[in-house]
Design a protein around this ligand. Structure first.
Ligand SMILES: [Zn+2]
Length: 111
C-alpha cells in the first residue's frame, strides 16, 4: 500500500502536479488495486507491487483506454467528470481516428 508520506514527496512527472491515490476493488480477484492520478493534468500512474510507476508513457494510448474501461466506474463521480474531459483531449491526439470514435462512444460515454 502506498503511504501518505510518499504522496507528499512525489509529484506528477509530466506537470509536477499533486497526486491523489485511488483504490479499486477487483471483485474477480478479491484484491485492491491502487493507482495515482495527477490532480492537475489527470495523468494516471499504475502502482505495481506497491511501487508507483512514475513513467509518463507507461499508461497511455490504448493501454490507458483498457485501464479506464475496467476501472472508470470506481472513480468518485466528481473526479470522473474532470478525468473524462482530460482523457477526451488526450486520446483525441494519441489514438488513431477510427479507434478514437469508438472509444469516445463506448468508454467515455456514461450511458
Ligand atoms: Zn500532471
Amino acid at each position: 500500500m502506498i503511504s501518505q508520506d510518499l504522496l507528499y514527496i512525489i509529484c506528477c512527472p509530466a506537470c509536477k502536479g499533486y497526486l491523489e491515490l485511488f483504490k479499486f476493488r477487483d471483485f474477480g480477484k478479491q484484491t485492491i488495486m491502487e493507482s495515482l492520478v495527477c490532480k492537475d493534468c489527470f495523468k494516471i500512474y499504475r502502482v505495481v507491487d506497491d511501487i508507483p510507476v512514475m513513467i509518463t508513457d507507461d499508461l497511455s494510448g490504448e493501454k490507458e483506454v483498457v485501464f479506464i474501461k475496467k476501472w472508470k466506474q470506481q472513480f468518485p463521480m466528481d473526479v470522473w467528470e474532470k478525468l473524462k474531459v482530460k482523457l477526451n483531449e488526450r486520446w483525441e491526439k494519441e489514438l488513431p481516428k477510427n479507434l478514437w470514435k469508438i472509444v469516445k462512444e463506448r468508454v467515455l460515454n456514461d450511458d
